[in-house]
Design a protein. Sequence first.
Length: 622
Amino acid sequence: MDRNTVTGLLLIFVLTIAWAWWTMPSAEEMERRQAELAARDSLAAIEMLERGISETQQEFSENIIPETSQSGRTADSSDQSLQQQTGTRAAGIFSESSHPDTVLTLIRTELFEMELSNVGAGPIRHTLMKHRNWDQTPVQMIGDSLRSAYSLGFLSGQNYNIETNELVFEPLFDFDEVQIAAGDSLRLSYRLSVAEDSAIVFNYTFFGDRYSYRLTVDLENMQELVSGIHVDFGWTAPLNFTERDIVQDAQGTEAFVYLGGGTEKFNLGDTISGEQRFNGTIDWVMTKTRFFGQYIKPMTNSSAALLTGEIDGEPGLPETVHHYQVFVQSNFHQNPSLSYHLYAGPLQYYDLRDFDETAYDVIEIGYALIRWFADPLVRYLVIPFFAYGSMFISNYGVLIILFGLIIKIILFPLTQKSFKSMAAMKELQPMMKEIQEKYKDDPQKQQKETIALYRKMKVNPLGGCLPMLLQFPILITLFFFFQNSMIIRQQSFLWADDLSAPDYILNLPFTIPLLGDQLAGFVLLMSAAMFLQSKVSGGMSAGAAPAGGPNMKVFMYMIPFVLLFVFNNFASGLSLYYLVYNVLSIAQQSLINKQMGNKEVKPELVDNNQKQALKRKQKKKK
């Protein structure tokens, strides 16, 4: 989570608490009724284990495949050796058995185009046909290369660190391009013959209507040629960035593993590079950018996962770019046929759910403390609303407005109770001031009389606070959803070209710290609506002053201005939602103000001293 997101959430929380505080009789009373809770979480250090692949990755970086032009689907190897052409290194018996030519094969479906290379027997290019970069070019998941993004790693019996994406396989098919129709599937295989009766075979199965595909790796009679009993299969290529705001895309670059019924996130911290090992049966590993990701789901005898990472730039800076690689370790002696389900595509809920029920857990939709609440809210209310609503209304800006209206209706009882409690508390302000003045030298008597006033007037001093706090998990969940969800990516509304990005409408001739040199339209409107809501709330009763005096009033009016700085670089869909929510809150608050303005407080509910104050107030109204 980046610094601006944390700041925004803290300010929203402060706004909620401050509003409740405003309704209290005094700061002293609030201090008596609030207890501070502190919780500290400690993270157990995870032992870093050594692995031979570290050496392999270093050698890989020193042997990047040169970008050589090719004529046709088969590279011409007459001018240079294949080892020079692909950047592969000597690997003993494994390199001696390489296929003589580099062969490229194009797989087409309605969802993606994948170019496979027999160097590594895997994808070197993966284009998503229904998704675009910010400049409207098709999304390319991996950078152009001549070797596979996937690799099987192990230590050979000759003590070579072997990576299969450095070896050249033989294609066991005779086509160079194929189209797979929706509902159909295609199986193709690559073979690396290592010895007379030993081989590594990659068997792929692609589907015409899915982003997911399957891979089975057959290690035929390889026990004597591999040192040890484990092999590691993983994704080695960095994911490309797709958004105009590269900083936000880079901040969304993460790596995860799912094991033991929970998701674990790999965190490099302040180090330039590192790795983390997770032991146990692995459900899946993955790496992602803000909106796209790739998963590896082992289907046979996994025993551990290894997540590695390195950064470009200074640790801790927002613009720092993280690159991750994820691997699954398996015991091939138990089963020489290793099966994997693979996914490379958008982080859309229904596509991920079809791949694995837990795959969507990597999308941040709230703090861990409220995940039990946020997860079903997003999966069973928010996402279905936009999925089914888009069948009838194609404009997602209109859908956000309708969604804000629905959420406001759902929360109406809580906000109604909260607003009425605030208004009732303000009605008691003159009587409470009189009690404070009368018993200013006797705090205990003052507190006793104040509590008696609450009881007789049937007012709960926390009545304005608690209903708002109950709404807070919903507001936080929706904050994360609109900031991180792919549903509103590249959806336009009014002047906003992309609701998942800021809707800048003003270019400033100077740069303002924290704000930048541009202003977003919906954020300006949201801040204006929030300021107006503060004005309307402040008029709940004439002459009533907020607890804390003028300073609290100034604070409440400053919050919209502060949030302008925080939200300016957030998704415009998020600002649009809060704009709608604030406008509806203004309407609700105005209605309550009108109702409370016509309501007389019954004198028989108070004692003699309080009756006099009440009578004086009612005379003034006349």
